[in-house]
Design a protein around this ligand. Structure first.
Ligand code: SF4
Length: 884
């Protein structure tokens, strides 16, 4: 059998891992890490490794749709062009908007930005990356004069101290975390984690500073003061290469250790330990992510961090510098191209004299936007109040991901014209659209993406797009042509677009973002392009390894970096008697964004299959909450129901809920409905880490767990539905009694036939009900109901869905556990290799006493390594057991 292998880049996070995708003659796809890609050197995490399982979509959009009916491309494109043209003619250029995505390729982004800013003549194009790293963009511009990430991943290998701020690296950038863990093992790198939560990342750290939510600026101001007092500031460097140090220091001097401890709620010894380590280690990397960016003071947090690196001249050197870690695969490419409403294009700004005219001349466009457009939150506010009347949403799901999502839904519902381009029409956003355009997805189209270390990589097509799906760049160009702008959008393909964009970056030779070498890339060069970091000036490819800012030259006109004075501003979250909790939101280990892709992979659901809320034990006790209860979180009319996890990893008075769930996967778990649309005044990034909510126990009269081959929505107040092999796994509960469980189970089975065999066990006194439905001897559905949270071995139960079972298995399934299995899997620990705690314990009992030894015999932790921490915990527990 023939096998074709294609080099491409992961569709998920900003690490930008290289992949080798092999496709057999029979269409079977296997995915491995690309050992030659500098970002991951062959590693992949569970999400990346399972990308092949997301390629076929059962409800894939194959043709354009208008008013719920399939139509020809010509009709859909004509309608989009006509409605945008008419809206602009009647209400002006700023009455239309594009909301785009870090999932798009750089080529997609470029033409969308060109159409909006150069041909519509407004700047109302913004990206969902606004929710992810806009504060870093704003901070970089202030400090460096251009949006530049000075650090590279290799710095993590060479640092003596790595400070992780607001970053659960182990879960959110797992391959980078493995790189850091390896460096720690070989060279003893110290790791400090600054995070209100004790996350999985803390398990591989030397110090965890459980900082009060949003107080990072005070901590880093205090560090700047400490560095100055202890004479660790590099006065020569500051004098030669920077400005405004005195202004920043004068603010920082307000933050003595008592003030820092008061604001951050940290112990003095811990803060001093961190300050001393920072001072003592010239090779220090400060890596930061959404915990820094998603804040009303996000830009100041970024600059407070950069201030400390500038003051110590620790920037642009091996193993030293600030390193912003982006969330999405092409958040970087989007911000480079100008996919943000407050940047013109290619790192050129609206307030830059002559920039707009030069860009307009380059594009030969009829007009050019002259001022910044609407940032993400503002854009949907403008939709709500009628200023924006036509909106095109590309490859993103804002009804789930934007804060105050109830208001976003209401805005979209009354928008006169909404277009969504996506791979399926089933997202809640697509369901609100007048026109839905079928987009080619990952693996079906060619393009480039840029990762967090400025490395441009190719995404390559390795399968044909199904039906009539097309790349977003093609749709934008076709609409542009129908709007009368054919000459500006006549591209032969993505390579053609990249060449034009690259030529634009070096238009006047003033920007560090210079891709001149790509301006002459021919078709073969585009096809064979190997990952490269920018800048890539003409005649400079492959580019020799060169660190930005190593010479102390920055992108401000005078070549100097800027210190920024950053007075601390507390989060707006105000706890009162009713809204007693500060709510943090973020990612789960094995899921991605709004679950539209990763939520379809059964093995990824095995780690966590429902929305949960992490609660400190004291708070749980006060509210009468027990582990596995259902909690009800409220803010105004918005409500979330989530499973309770009682954990000391959560600080008292704070909660954590994952951000992923929407009505597609759970009854009431839209966490952004609880988060007010408070934004950073400079970056426009929403504060997603510090909302205030009320919480109480949800008085469930019953709890249930079910598997079913049927796609059904349970009729109960709480449900969460995720895939398992052969169907669905469903958690459920309700405060109303289940009067007729048989009828309820029948609905869960979908279509019940006379041939179906039911096996039911009931104990009315204990409120217990267990039932199986067998169709032609195979398990079609099973339901377990109890007054308490249901305790069944879910992995075992799931494994029997669709299977022809023996009488013994029938009894075991009814009992909800495989009593005979000596290697009971237990709770899943390793998603990649599907290894549960039971097998790991068995391996320990057999004498395997290290994480590596257990990986060798069970496979756990041998792929992405993200669960090695959990394996270590089981080992520690075993050692404690043996010690007693
Ligand atoms: Fe993809 Fe995982 Fe690599 Fe991120 S760390 S790019 S999700 S494989």
């Amino acid at each position: 059998m023939n096998m074709r292998t294609t080099k491409t880049t992961c569709a998920y996070c900003g690490v930008g891992c290289g992949m080798l995708v092999s496709v057999n003659d029979d269409g079977a796809v296997t995915i491995a890490g690309d050992p030659t890609h500098p970002a991951n050197q062959g590693r992949l995490c569970a999400k990346g490794a399972s990308l092949g399982e997301t390629l076929s979509h059962p409800r894939r959009l194959l043709r354009p749709r208008m008013a719920g009916r399939d139509v020809a491309w010509a009709a859909a494109l004509g309608e989009v062009a006509a409605r945008f043209t008419a809206t602009i003619a009647e209400h002006g250029p700023e009455s239309v908007a594009f909301y785009v995505s870090g999932q798009l390729s750089t080529e997609d982004y470029y033409v969308a930005n060109k159409l909006m800013k150069g041909y519509v003549g407004a700047a109302n194009i913004d990206t969902n990356s606004r929710l992810c790293m806009a504060s870093s963009v704003a901070g970089h511009k202030r400090a460096f004069g251009e949006d530049i990430v000075p650090g590279v991943y290799g710095d993590l290998d060479q640092a003596d101290l790595v400070v992780l701020v607001g970053s659960n690296l182990a879960w959110c950038h797992p391959v980078l975390h493995q790189r850091l863990v390896a460096a720690r093992a070989t060279r003893g790198t110290r790791v400090v984690v600054i995070d209100p939560r004790a996350t999985a990342t803390c398990d591989d750290a030397d110090l965890h500073l459980a900082i009060a939510p949003g107080s990072d600026v005070a901590l880093f101001n205090g560090l700047l003061r400490f560095l100055d007092d202890a004479q660790f500031c590099h006065r020569d460097y500051i004098a030669a290469h920077t400005r405004d140090f005195d202004a920043a220091l004068s603010i920082a001097r307000d933050y003595d250790i008592e003030t820092v401890c008061d604001i951050t709620q940290l112990a003095r010894d811990d803060v001093m330990q961190f300050y001393h380590w920072f001072a003592a280690n010239a090779r220090t990397v400060t890596a930061y992510s959404q915990g820094v960016n998603q804040s009303r003071a996000g830009t100041d947090k970024v600059n407070a961090i950069i201030n400390c690196h500038l003051a110590t001249a620790r920037i642009g050197l091996p193993g030293a510098g600030p390193l912003s870690l982006t969330g999405q695969p092409n958040a970087m490419g989007g911000r480079e191209v100008g996919g943000m409403a407050n940047t013109l294009v290619a790192h050129r700004e609206f307030d830059e004299p002559g920039a707009a005219a030069r860009v307009q001349a380059f594009w030969n466009s009829p007009r050019i936007a002259s001022r910044a457009g609407l940032k993400a939150v503002e854009m949907f506010e403008a939709v709500a109040d009628g200023r924006v009347k036509a909106l095109w949403i590309m490859a993103t799901n804002p009804l789930v991901s934007l804060p105050d999502s109830g208001a976003v839904a209401a805005a979209l519902a009354q928008c006169p014209f909404v277009v969504v381009s996506d791979i399926s029409a089933e997202s809640v956003t697509a369901q609100a659209a007048h026109v839905v355009l079928p987009a080619a997805g990952w693996g079906e189209k060619d393009g480039t993406v840029t990762n967090s270390e400025r490395r441009i990589s190719r995404q390559r097509a390795f399968v044909a797009a199904p039906g009539e799906a097309r790349p977003d760049w093609w749709m934008v160009c076709e609409v542009a042509k129908r709007m009368g702008h054919g000459a500006g959008f006549d591209y032969a393909g993505p390579a053609d677009i990249l060449r034009e964009y690259a030529a634009l970056t070096c238009l006047d030779g003033t920007r560090v973002l210079d891709l001149g070498a790509l301006a002459s890339l021919d078709a073969r060069g585009y096809e064979e392009f190997t990952p490269q970091q920018w800048p890539l000036p003409a005649g400079c490819m492959p580019r020799p390894e060169r660190r930005l800012f190593a010479d102390g030259n920055y992108a401000h006109a005078d070549g100097r970096a800027r210190f920024v004075a950053t007075p601390y501003r507390a989060p707006l979250a105000r706890r009162d008697k009713q809204h007693a909790f500060v709510l943090n939101s973020g990612r789960m280990r094995d899921q991605w964004h709004t679950l539209t892709r990763s939520g379809r992979v059964a093995r990824l659901a095995n780690h966590t299959a429902e929305p949960y809320v992490d609660v400190h034990p004291d708070d749980a006790q006060r509210l009468g909450l027990n582990l596995a209860d259902i909690a009800e979180l409220r803010r105004g009319a918005q409500r979330v129901l989530a499973r309770v996890r009682v954990t000391a990893a959560q600080a008292p008075g704070t909660l954590f809920v994952p951000m992923h769930f929407s009505a597609a996967h759970a009854s009431s778990a839209l966490i952004n409905g609880l988060i007010a649309a408070v934004t950073d005044p400079l970056s426009g990034q929403p504060e997603s880490k510090a909302a205030t909510v009320a919480m109480q126990r949800y008085g469930a009269a019953w709890y249930g767990y079910a598997i079913t081959a049927a796609t059904v929505t349970p009729d109960c107040a709480y449900w969460a539905r995720m895939p398992c092999e052969g169907g669905w796994r469903i958690e459920c509960a309700d405060s109303r009694a289940l009067d007729d469980i048989d009828a309820w189970f029948a609905r869960l089975c979908g279509d019940v036939t006379a041939q179906d065999e039911w096996v039911v066990y009931r104990d009315d006194a204990r409120g217990a009900w267990r039932g199986l439905s067998l169709r032609e001897g195979r398990v079609h559905a099973a339901l377990y109901v109890a007054r308490e949270p249901v305790s069944v071995a879910r992995d075992f139960v799931n494994s029997l869905l669709g299977v022809v079972i023996t009488p013994a298995q029938r009894m075991a399934l009814l009992a909800g556990r495989d009593q005979d299995a000596c290697d009971e899997q237990g709770a899943l620990v390793c998603s990649c290799r599907q290894v549960g705690a039971g097998r790991i314990r068995a391996a320990m009992q057999a004498g395997h006493a290290s994480v590596s030894a257990i990986a060798n015999v069970t496979g756990a932790g041998s792929q992405c390594g993200g669960c090695r921490i959990d394996v270590q915990k089981l080992l520690d527990a075993r050692l404690t057991e043996l010690a007693h």
